[in-house]
Design a protein around this ligand. Sequence first.
Ligand SMILES: [Zn+2]
Length: 60
Amino acid sequence: MTDQQHCPGFESNKSLSAIKVACPACKAEMELFSDEIDKQVTCPKCKVSFDPKTCKVEGK
Ligand SMILES: [Zn+2]
């Protein structure tokens, strides 16, 4: 029942900030939401798993 009100792309955007990280293996940059920073992420390019907290890109 409650699932009928689910609206993709609406709830997920509020109060989350985007964090830029770079893959330690291939240096590909990607953006994560702040609720994903505590998990391992997998690089979409080279499929390496890494800890985004250690790979943040701090501006340029
Ligand atoms: Zn990579």
